[in-house]
Design a protein around this ligand. Structure first.
Ligand SMILES: [Mg+2]
Length: 231
């Protein structure tokens, strides 16, 4: 049986383009390299040691996480905002210098999905809250970076909806403005950002959110893992 997306009644593998979230959707990272990159960046921007305690990281963007942590610490925006571009670069350098320490595992059936969609002639892209160089380092480490030719990253955007809009524009450039696009993500934020861009979304419960939690936001298809696509 081919899994179809609700309402659209489109088989899951018949879209022109696919935009994948990274963490919790394609891979799991069990190291703390990205976390320590945030701590390093926060120290640069605030001049004091800060952590991500009390900040929502899942479904947020890298720049949004920095903004929320600084806001929580009461650091005025006009003090850190001008230095953000430099800190973004330093954060990327921090992760790239420790790429060998990244402990990345592919989530179930990810390789099969990527290979299958490539065989279907789909264009594969990313729509993620990661900064570009950090997301690329993770995917390189996972051995799947070469599957993707389009990417929406958080370098220029703090809001996930804007990240997705940028990724969609790239997908339209790569295919055509009529290209059908499907989003794949593991958080309510992915579902909301997809719908804000009028796109269907396949939600997958391989991150921190359960299938029941994701279903509340009405994704067009909701899976326990990508393995469900092949049963
Ligand atoms: Mg995610």
């Amino acid at each position: 049986m081919v899994r179809k997306l609700d309402v659209w009644q489109t088989p899951w593998d018949e879209f022109d383009g696919y935009l994948f979230d990274i963490d919790g959707t394609l891979i799991n990272c069990t190291d703390a390299v990205h976390y320590f990159a945030f701590c390093d960046a926060l120290k640069q921007l605030s001049g004091m040691p800060l952590t991500l305690e009390g900040v929502t990281a899942h479904g947020n963007t890298d720049v949004g996480i920095l903004r929320d942590a600084l806001k929580l610490a009461g650091i005025p925006e006009d003090e850190w905002r001008p230095r953000l571009p430099t800190t973004r670069d330093t954060m990327c350098e921090f992760v790239e210098a420790r790429e060998d320490e990244l402990c990345v595992t592919l989530l179930p059936a990810v390789h099969v999905v990527l290979q299958h969609l490539t065989t279907c002639n789909a264009t594969l892209g990313l729509a993620t809250g990661n900064l570009k160089r950090i997301g690329q380092a993770k995917l390189r480490r996972a051995g799947i970076l070469d599957y993707f030719s389009v990417g929406g990253w958080s370098d220029q955007f703090e809001d996930r909806t804007d990240v997705f809009r940028g990724a969609v524009a790239q997908m339209h450039q790569a295919r055509s403005t009529n290209a059908t696009i499907c989003i794949l993500g593991d958080t309510p934020a992915d579902i909301l950002a997809a719908h804000a861009n009028r796109l269907p979304v396949i939600a997958v419960a391989t991150g921190v959110y359960s299938r029941e939690q994701l279903l509340r936001h009405k994704p067009e298809l909701c899976l326990n893992s990508f393995e469900d696509l092949f049963v």
